[in-house]
Design a protein around this ligand. Structure first.
Ligand SMILES: [Fe+2]
Ligand SMILES: [Fe+2]
Length: 147
C-alpha cells in the first residue's frame, strides 16, 4: 500500500498564500491613492489574476485537495465548497479585470472598483482561512511525529 505517500507541501502553499496577500495589499494601497492610478490598479489586478488562477489550479489539480480527501474523507464536503468558491472567484476576477481596464480615473470608477475589490478580498481571506484550517485538520496527525 502506498496510500500514505502524500505530496502535500504546506510550506509551498503558505508561500503562495503570502504572495497572494501581498498583491492584494498592493492593490488596496493603489486604490487608496489620490489621484487614482487606474492603469496601475489594472496592471496589479492582472498580476493577481495570474497568481490566483495558478493557485486555484495548484490546489485543485496538483493533489492538495485530493490528498485532503484521501487522508480525511469526512472533510470532502468542505473541500467541495472550496472548489465551488474557486469558480466564483474566477468569475469575479474576470469581471473585476474588465472593470479595471475600463478605468477612466474618475472618482466614481475608483469608488466602485474599491467596493468590488474590498468585497472580493473579504470573501477571499475567509476562504483562505478555511483552507488553512482544513489543511491543518487533515494533516495535524502528521505534525510532530518526526516523519
Ligand atoms: Fe483555495
Ligand atoms: Fe488557497
Amino acid at each position: 500500500m502506498h496510500g500514505n505517500q502524500l505530496h502535500h507541501d504546506p510550506q509551498g502553499m503558505q508561500h503562495e498564500h503570502q504572495l497572494l496577500r501581498k498583491v492584494v495589499q498592493e492593490i488596496g494601497t493603489a486604490l487608496a491613492e489620490r489621484p487614482s492610478r487606474d492603469s496601475l490598479v489594472a496592471d496589479l489586478l492582472e498580476d493577481l489574476c495570474g497568481h490566483m488562477l495558478a493557485h486555484f489550479d495548484h490546489e485543485e489539480s496538483d493533489g492538495h485537495f485530493s490528498e485532503i480527501v484521501q487522508k480525511a474523507p469526512w472533510l470532502t464536503d468542505r473541500v467541495d465548497n472550496l472548489r465551488v468558491e474557486h469558480d466564483r472567484f474566477r468569475e469575479r476576477l474576470d469581471a473585476m479585470s474588465r472593470f479595471a481596464q475600463e478605468g477612466d480615473g474618475s472618482e466614481a470608477w475608483r469608488c466602485e472598483m474599491e467596493d468590488q475589490f474590498c468585497e472580493f478580498t473579504r470573501v477571499f481571506l475567509i476562504h483562505e482561512e478555511a483552507e488553512n484550517r482544513l489543511f491543518q485538520e487533515a494533516f495535524s496527525q502528521d505534525i510532530g511525529t518526526g516523519d
